[in-house]
Ligand binder design. Structure first.
Ligand code: AMP
Ligand code: TRP
Length: 343
């Protein structure tokens, strides 16, 4: 059976959508819709691996959806939906809980970071989360997965799970007429100049939704004054900007700001240094503020406009979920048949 190309990615509705999410993921999602059939999922089942206030979860789910639409994802042509409306994600995740090995999950660095010192007290869901992520992708037999750098290890695990399922059930897959392998090995698409946007307060830490300091990130919902204040306060070093990229090597804060500028202006870091090499940070920060405000504030405005009508957003998700179920349900029926469940 030939496998069609399909893009799948997900964003968690956990609040504080930021410039890293936008440059590392959402702008990529927008670009890929030119060439692929795409599915963009608000992964609420992932969000509850850490406790979420129910009202905030609902709001955050709508906010991520609004960000997708405001950034230019076409919900009529592509599939925009939320995970919990398609039961196949949870069903396939259970099967994958039985395919993936404990040793594989024990290697996941994100779990170690998120669970912190008190690992005994982390939810079982947080531990099994990469299996759910593999299920998200493979439920639709998606072939390409745009993500930021931090998700690379989870994507590798998804490939291992796909391969082990194909091996474990090889005889059944063949007997049922599905060829040599049922699941494709999904390819990560970690591209662009901003696959890892760093904190504005510390160039060695990733920009993150959960950083307690709001000054560490630029949120898509920030207004112009807030953006200006955050860039002004962004950590830098005393030297002027260098002329070459090589000289950014051991200057994490400078490198991050140049990377952000390059990504927003859609030019290379080399071109940015061609323009600003030798300049003081004060001048560069002024230009960066103007650019960031010009690119981000209109998205925040459009998100607010969309969020003023939550019913309309819910309808987008309902329609997208219906389209997603139309792909998920037949695939899930085949998967159950392969595993040996009577349907
Ligand atoms: P999350 O907010 O964890 O659901 O992430 C949603 C998407 O944004 C994923 O593809 C992440 O890899 C990406 N992402 C999150 N933080 C960053 C960052 N600091 N830089 C680049 N991409 C990011
Ligand atoms: N785990 C991803 C993150 O935290 C979100 C996600 C869930 C995802 N399911 C996915 C990304 C499937 C790509 C494909 O960023």
């Amino acid at each position: 059976m030939s496998i069609e190309q399909r893009v799948f990615s997900g964003v968690q509705p956990t609040g504080n959508l930021h410039l890293g999410n936008y440059l590392g993921a959402i702008t990529r999602f927008v670009a890929l819709q030119e060439d692929y059939d795409c599915m963009y999922c608000v992964v609420d089942l992932h969000a509850i691996t850490v406790w979420q206030d129910p009202e905030e979860l609902r709001h955050n789910t709508r906010e991520v959806t609004a960000a997708f639409l405001a950034a230019g994802i076409d919900a009529d042509k592509q599939i925009v939906f939320n995970q919990s409306q398609v039961s196949g994600h949870a069903e396939l995740a259970w099967i994958f809980n039985c395919v993936a090995r404990i040793g594989w999950l024990n290697r996941m660095t994100q779990f170690k970071e998120k669970a912190g010192k008190n690992r005994e007290n982390a939810s079982v869901g947080l531990y099994a989360y990469p299996n759910l992520m593999a299920a998200d992708i493979l439920l639709y037999r998606a072939t390409h997965v745009p993500v930021g750098e931090d998700q690379k290890q989870h994507l590798e695990l998804a490939r291992d799970i796909a391969q082990k399922f194909n091996n474990d059930f090889a005889t059944s897959i063949k007997a049922k007429g599905h060829g040599e392998a049922f699941f494709p090995l999904p390819e990560p698409l970690i591209t662009g100049p901003a696959t890892r946007v760093m904190s504005l307060r510390d160039g060695t830490q990733k920009m993150s939704k959960s950083d307690p300091s709001d000054l560490s990130r630029i949120n898509l919902a920030d207004d112009a004054d807030t953006i200006a204040k955050k860039i002004k306060k962004a950590k830098t070093d005393p030297a002027p900007l260098p002329e070459s990229e090589a000289e950014l090597e051991d200057r994490p804060e400078a490198r991050n700001l140049v990377g952000i500028y390059a990504a927003l202006a859609e030019v290379s870091p080399r071109e940015v240094l061609g323009e600003f090499g030798g300049a003081q940070f004060s001048a560069f920060k002024k230009a960066l503020t103007e650019l960031t405000v010009a690119k981000i504030v209109p998205i925040g405005d459009e998100m607010r406009r969309l969020l003023a009508d939550p019913d309309a957003i819910d309808q987008v998700l309902a329609a997208g979920s219906e389209k997603a179920r139309a792909i998920a349900e037949p695939n899930m029926a085949i998967i159950k048949d392969i595993v040996g469940f009577i349907t």
